[in-house]
Design a protein around this ligand. Sequence first.
Ligand code: URA
Length: 237
Amino acid sequence: MSDRDGIREHLKYYRDLGVLGVTTDPKWREREAAVAKPAAEPAMEAEASVDAAGALAELRAHIGDCTRCKLHTLGRTQVVFGSGNPSADLMFVGEAPGADEDEQGVPFIGRAGQLLTKIIESIDLRREDVYIANVIKCRPPENRNPEPDEVATCEPFLSQQIAIVRPRVIVALGTFAAHLLLHTDVPISRIRGVVHEYQGASLIPTFHPAYLLRSPDRKRDVWDDMKKVRALLNDRP
Ligand code: URA
């Protein structure tokens, strides 16, 4: 793709989100700086991050080449554990790995994942600033919905990841993750953008990026939800 096409695609993406322009007003930057995260004690932050990284590594080792449910017999290549900052303020939870994730062992790296990266960048964060995981760590065959026994086996690992990372904000991506984490079956279109409480964090459900690939007109809803996420992150107690 030429630079020109790349820029055009980039601008189109933000237009689809409902971003109508940019400002060069220096006051805007000052305002952003005023609400930005205050600098934490660097030594304490580094220590917490090492602890969390160690605890995640331990959990990953404990899961091993998992054979606890039938998915290991149904064609999956490997366990897709999670990736990103072990002490992130913001965590994304998806459903289960797809074909690309199964092949590479990293969550959200296929087409939906590339859209997720753009969504993260739309609130001025980088993918490596956040933590990303799925409810189910192994790819279900033909990307079918995870079955109750698979969920029951795998969900405790997600719960432990959340307890280790201790994000301040969790975004549940799509129906499956939102319903599971919130123990509800209210349609995602009604619960998206609503701030819930989960294990001491604020949890916001939003549409899954794979759904946005099929229904790009819903990108604006996700942009609205992400503005709430940014406000929650800026709003330090
Ligand atoms: N969809 C998900 O829910 N998770 C992934 O990792 C990829 C696609």
